[in-house]
Design a protein around this ligand. Sequence first.
Ligand SMILES: [Zn+2]
Length: 140
Amino acid sequence: MTQHTVPCHPETVRVAASHQARAGQIASEMAAIAATGMVLPGSITERRTRCGRDNCACHADPPRLHGPYWQWTRKIAARTVGRWLSPDQQEEYQAWIDNDRRLRDLLGQLEELGAAALDADPRRNRRHRPADNRTGQTSP
Ligand SMILES: [Zn+2]
């Protein structure tokens, strides 16, 4: 499937060829990552801990802490939620998190292309700026 439809209206908004080419590269990479299904939000953090036994090496000087343990955390509704991972899970799911970060980075690049296109849009007209109308409302 190399043919794909354009959901917007290219006849009304002309996008520079270089813009279109870069967007196509970004879309290809995003699609390739999405197709793996290996995308995970949040982050994986290494934790080392002390136990409750007073004579344990983790309380020595210098201490030898337990671990490493691996914890996956993410934000849900402004709350951080965590889950412990096994070492092999940590190795595997770190790649999923890296994919998520790359997707967000690529989306950011797409948004920057959009912002640059709007900046370059010659239809900007200073007379239409609402300088005399602080509320932005036009009702009398
Ligand atoms: Zn200990």
